[in-house]
Write a protein that binds this ligand. Sequence first.
Ligand code: SF4
Ligand code: SF4
Ligand code: SF4
Length: 306
Amino acid sequence: MLKDLGTHKKGGVITERNPEYCTIRTRIPAGMITPERLRGIADIAERYGADAVQMTVRQTIELPHMPPDLLDKISHDLSSNGTPLGAERDEVKNILACTGNQRCIFGNIDATALAMEIDKRLFGKEMPVKLRIAVSGCPNACTSPMLNEIGITGKIEPIRVPGMCTGCGTCVEYCKEDAIAIKKGISVLDSSKCIDCGVCVRSCPYDLLKSSGPYYFITVGGSRGRHPKVGRELVSVRSSSVAADVVEKVVSWVYRRAWSGRLLSDQLDDLRFEKFREEIRGQIPEGELFRPGIVAEEDISAGTGT
Ligand code: SF4
Ligand code: SF4
Ligand code: SF4
């Protein structure tokens, strides 16, 4: 347990360029906040002299130009409002999420609910490195999950089932990856181009494109900033709860193994990421590990597609 060094040393408090002030960052998982809490933040900002608040890249709200000598009171008021101090230092920072399948037509998973669950389990945990987590409901990746230390993307793999394909081309029109073609009067999927966005599954008027359900594609070691890096694939799992379990395991692994002073993305090889990946895969309960199963072109041709 680290020593409590006082409110001014906490992650949600950032000393400004003019050190007579600090900016206070709040904790708002998935950027979701009730109207009541939003009004509460406005009241607190006004009470302590801010004439504006600022939305952050990580979906939180910051109160600028706060007086450092009133930090304890401001922190107390924010906690009472249900929007406590956020995180900024080497810790698990505000969890990002897009609207996911609750509102977005492209959403394959409930990104917000998963972000809330991860927040409940891990927010603010002190770490040897900054640890940013983002969830996106589909491969459009609006929260850039692969540029975070841990990213989760909701995907759906299309499976072309045998049936009376009319060759209408609706699925071809919907696929932005050029992964479906009409050959000999029927649709054929090209798995090498498909990114599992699931759009075609919802497009076929004859229900010939199916899926085995959404899955959660988890990446580790991405980063934005000066030298952006795309995260590496860790594992894909079938349920939200197992996805949250995997995130917890990754955080625990980073906590135990990573060195401070370097981004996680710069030390993955030193941490023997590939070995960790094998270990994690071995720990996923039977039936929860996603394994791709796109029907090969030959199988489709051999089926009853025409
Ligand atoms: S990532 Fe996909 S599901 Fe999320 S908001 Fe963007 S398009 Fe919608
Ligand atoms: S799931 Fe694959 S084939 Fe279907 S629309 Fe998306 S990229 Fe195209
Ligand atoms: S799979 Fe469905 S949408 Fe695609 S060409 Fe055949 S009938 Fe049309």
